[in-house]
Design a protein around this ligand. Structure first.
Ligand code: PMP
Length: 283
């Protein structure tokens, strides 16, 4: 994605991507000991930046990671965006616990975190999938019980995503004890009889910023919504399924495990929420 000319932010300085270096034994590479955020810019405006920074602070608290001042992060996000020349961008913020010498499990005290921020072009879902709906598969949710932390430890998410691609689908939906938790990089919603359902917050999902925006849009639009778990068996019979995320926005799901959902086309609720989201991000 980078041609090497891109300017990134690393530990207090703006540097060319090719010159951005971290020690091999950074805690991030050894233990996935770090957290991240992805923030969207629309026409140069940062969407829900404060909510993302707040979630970063929460993630840091959960793993006892000392964050740099939030003002520094806010400035770095703006800094890489301005230097990128991109109007629409996906800004990646990664903070690992840092480098503490040779590998040792115990959590080191008093070391400086490694802070990396980069503004990238947006990896948008395929326009045809947005228009006609995407395909999803289900996979067993074998992840840990701290999915509310936006950890860089995403191995099972990457394998789930690859399983979806291998099956000719675009997203994998995790299923824990028969319940649909979330997607590999998205939150999952199902519509039953006009009411939107999504898994409640807690240790089994990442509480998406887009999920929060969607729930607020449901309220604005007068669409009933419940933060209530639903079974995978129920999802197959839902009127609509869609997934949300910072890069994904609102993506209708046409089939799950090869079974058509509803009419097999994007439904009215997803289309309405997508339009409302479009107004919100561009507004
Ligand atoms: N769940 C998971 C596992 C994710 O990786 C993401 C996106 N990073 C989301 C949900 C959606 O979160 P957001 O709307 O804040 O991008």
């Amino acid at each position: 994605m980078s041609d090497g000319s891109e300017t990134v932010y690393l530990n207090g300085a703006y540097v060319p991507y090719e010159e951005a270096r971290i020690p091999v034994e950074d805690r991030g590479t050894l233990f996935a000991d770090g957290i991240y955020e992805v923030v969207r810019a629309y026409a140069g405006r940062l969407f829900e930046l404060e909510a993302h920074l707040e979630r970063l602070v929460q993630s840091a608290g959960e793993i006892r990671l000392n964050l740099p001042p939030v003002d520094e992060l806010r400035a770095a996000v703006r800094g890489v965006l301005d230097r990128s020349g991109l109007a629409d961008s996906s800004i990646y913020i990664q903070i690992t616990r840092g480098f503490a010498g040779p590998r040792a499990h115990a959590v080191p005290q008093g070391i400086a975190p490694t802070v990396f921020v980069a503004a990238r072009p947006v990896p948008r879902p395929d326009a045809a999938h947005v228009r006609d709906g995407a395909a999803a598969i289900t996979v067993p949710d074998r992840r840990w019980h701290m999915c509310h932390v936006k950890s860089v430890g995403l191995l099972l998410n990457t394998l789930a995503k690859q399983a979806a691609l291998d099956a000719g689908a675009q997203e994998a939906l995790f299923v824990r004890d028969g319940v649909v938790t979330e997607g590999s990089a998205t939150n999952c919603f199902a519509v039953f009889g006009g009411t939107v359902h999504t898994h409640p917050e807690g240790p089994h999902i990442l509480s998406g910023i887009t999920r929060q925006v969607l729930l607020a849009l449901c309220a604005d639009e007068g669409i009933p919504a419940r933060e209530q778990p639903f079974l995978v068996s129920a999802m197959y019979g839902a009127d609509e399924v869609f997934v949300t995320g910072t890069n994904t926005e609102v993506l209708p799901i046409r089939t799950v495990d090869g079974r058509p959902i509803g009419t097999g086309e994007p439904g009215p609720v997803a289309r309405r929420l997508r339009a409302a989201m479009e107004r919100r991000v561009r507004g």
